[in-house]
Design a protein around this ligand. Structure first.
Ligand SMILES: Nc1ncnc2c1ncn2[C@@H]1O[C@H](COP(=O)(O)OP(=O)(O)O)[C@@H](O)[C@H]1O
Ligand SMILES: Nc1ccn([C@@H]2O[C@H](COP(=O)(O)OP(=O)(O)O)[C@@H](O)[C@H]2O)c(=O)n1
Length: 212
C-alpha cells in the first residue's frame, strides 16, 4: 500500500507520515528533505539557488545518508528548498528516487507537496493535511525553540505564507490537493487526534475497497 500525504508548510505532514508508517510497518520518506538537501548543497558550495545547472547536478548527486543533517531543518534551508523546487529539471531529476522508494515492499508513506498529484497519482490513499497558518506558525516556533533556536512567531508566519504562495503558484507540480485526496484539518487536533483521524480515513478506504 502507498499512502500519499501532501499539504502546506508545517501542517504536520512529516509527523503524521512517520506515525502512520510506524502503525502500518511501512517505510517513510519526507520528500521535503530532498529539496532542502539540494538547496543546502548549493548554499554550501556558494552557488546561487537559481543556478539551474548547479541545482540539477546537486539533485543528481544527492546522498540519502545525509538526510538526517540538522542543518536541513532551518528556515534558510526551507526557503532555499522552495526556490530550487520550482526548477522543472530539478524535480525531474528526483522523480525516480521517490517512485522507487514508494514501490519497494512492504508499503510506503511519502509526504510532500506533489505526492498525490505527480509522484504517486495511483497511491492507495491520499491525505491533504491542512491547519490554520497561525496554528502552524505557533507549532513551528515552538519546535525551533525546543531545539534551542531563537524564533519569532510573526517572522515564522510570514515565512510560511510566502513559501505556501510560491509553492501554490509555480507552474510545475504546484501545491494542491489531488482530486481524490481526503482533507484533514488538524488545527483543533493534537498529534494523537490527527493520527487517529488519518487511520480512520485509511481504514474506511480499505474497507470500501474490500467490499467493492
Ligand atoms: N496535530 C498536531 N498538534 C500539535 N502539534 C503538531 C501536530 N502535528 C504536528 N505538530 C507539530 O507541528 C510542527 C510541524 O510539524 P511537521 O510534521 O514538521 O510538519 P510538516 O512536515 O508539514 O512541515 C512540529 O513541531 C510537530 O511536532
Ligand atoms: N514534494 C515536495 C516536498 C517539498 N517541496 C518543496 O520543499 C520545500 C520544503 O518542504 P518541507 O516539506 O521540508 O517544508 P515544511 O512543510 O517542513 O516546512 C517546500 O516549501 C516546497 O517548495 C516540494 O516542492 N515538493
Amino acid at each position: 500500500m502507498i499512502i500519499a500525504i501532501d499539504g502546506p508548510a508545517a501542517s504536520g505532514k512529516g509527523t503524521l507520515g512517520k506515525r502512520l508508517a510506524h502503525h502500518y510497518g511501512y517505510r517513510h520518506l519526507d520528500t521535503g528533505v530532498i529539496y532542502r538537501a539540494v538547496a543546502y548543497a548549493l548554499m554550501q558550495s556558494g552557488h546561487d539557488l537559481r543556478d539551474e545547472a548547479a541545482a540539477v547536478q546537486a539533485a543528481l548527486e544527492l546522498d540519502p545518508e545525509k538526510f538526517g543533517n540538522p542543518a536541513l531543518k532551518t528556515q534558510e534551508a526551507g526557503e532555499g528548498a522552495s526556490i530550487v523546487s520550482a526548477i522543472p529539471r530539478v524535480r525531474e531529476a528526483l522523480v525516480n528516487f521517490q517512485r522507487q522508494f514508494a514501490a519497494d515492499p512492504p508499503g510506503a508513506v511519502l509526504d510532500g507537496r506533489d505526492i498525490g498529484t505527480v509522484i504517486c497519482p495511483h497511491a492507495d490513499v491520499k491525505i491533504f493535511v491542512v491547519a490554520d497558518p497561525r496554528v502552524r506558525a505557533r507549532r513551528r516556533t515552538m519546535e525551533a525553540r525546543a531545539r534551542g533556536e531563537e524564533a519569532d512567531e510573526a517572522a515564522v508566519l510570514a515565512d510560511i505564507i510566502r513559501r505556501d504562495e510560491r509553492d501554490k503558484n509555480r507552474p510545475i507540480a504546484p501545491l494542491k490537493p489531488a482530486a481524490d485526496a481526503y482533507l484533514l484539518d488538524n488545527s483543533q487536533l493534537d498529534i494523537e487526534g490527527g493520527v487517529r483521524a488519518a487511520i480512520d480515513i485509511i481504514e474506511a478506504v480499505r474497507a470500501g475497497r474490500s467490499r467493492g
